[in-house]
Design a protein around this ligand. Sequence first.
Ligand code: ATP
Ligand code: MG
Length: 389
Amino acid sequence: MKEIILIKDGELALKGLNRKNFENTLISNIKRRLKSLGEVKIENLQSTITIEPIEENYDFEEALERVKLIFGIAAFSRACVCEKTVEDIYSKAPIYLKDTLEAVKTFKVEAKRADKSFPLTSPEICREVGGLLLKNYPHLKVDVHNPDVTVVVEVRDRYAFIRAGQIHGAGGLPVGTAGRASILISGGIDSPVAAWTMAKRGLVLNAIHFASPPYTSVRAEQKVKTLLSKVARYSGVINLSIVPFTEIQEEIGKNCPEDYFTLIMRRIMMRIAERISRNQGSLALITGESLGQVASQTLPAIAETDSVVTMPVLRPLIGMDKEEIIRISKEIDTFETSILPYEDCCTVFTPKHPKTKPKPGQCEIAEQGLLMEELIERAISNTVHTYID
Ligand code: ATP
Ligand code: MG
């Protein structure tokens, strides 16, 4: 019996050229993700994408696991392919659904008939297939309101499909439909969630990490790579730039007022991130900031970090509570890695009383003791580039 994966794409609000772009990108993302599992035939008809394995012994379970993480997919299921005849549907339905139906007590049948020339109407399909399944599996009862499983028969233009229920997809837009942006990634809980959230809106991710050896360790860097590899399961490959930040932090420590350390550090991070991003064709910066979470995330502090760059700064977590952020980090499996106790450069030179309400112009004055341009150029030229997938 021929089995396929049936995919319903998301964002039905998209129309015209956007929709075409969405579908083409989604299909190439699916191809890329499934490539290592063997050859498949992918077709796209009426907002439904079908994936048909060509090879024997195709690892269906693994393919479903991968499909689950691809943005742009609203729902998916495995389905049995039938000829568009009543006979073929009747002969395959009881056999294909055997394991599923034996494991449940109640069911209902839904029918979708895209081809109006099919001899049975949708209600007739439901009644006939429902009756047939009851005859084959007498332990079953029909429950139209709250069934254990919903059997769906879809009659489309070339084939009919039978499936049992469907699984929620990752949602969002296909990665690559929204351009490229750079996530400033620390080893904390927030920034990987911010990265995932924006990849979900179709962005290809670059990542920038500031490291301050020997204050920060190789293990802290490895932690960032592990976090990114978890995000990359959804976003696809991520270019990572690791910026040496020790000298800059030491210079800030020597030449700036202590209550401005964190703010100035963050302003320099933004300046460097913007330049690296421009070189890489990335159009925005992304951070894991959430309003009021720490001293550098008050509105006056954010205004000071924003004012040194001209690129848009996306802060997808700005209105979220820590609990919501943690819930997502658990869902995307970054939480356990994030809470490993390795030091981040932000925690190395923390002032006792960081400024929460910097006055406009004060950061500029505090920065006067730094050879800003020289420090930035040196950090960028010693940046190490690698990629994570
Ligand atoms: P996170 O949990 O992401 O570390 P946080 O709540 O600890 O965030 P901060 O340490 O103030 O907040 O950092 C705010 C944001 O600045 C981070 O979400 C991240 O985008 C960026 N950031 C902080 N440290 C680094 C770093 N070492 N390298 C790159 N970006 C960083
Ligand atoms: Mg942090």
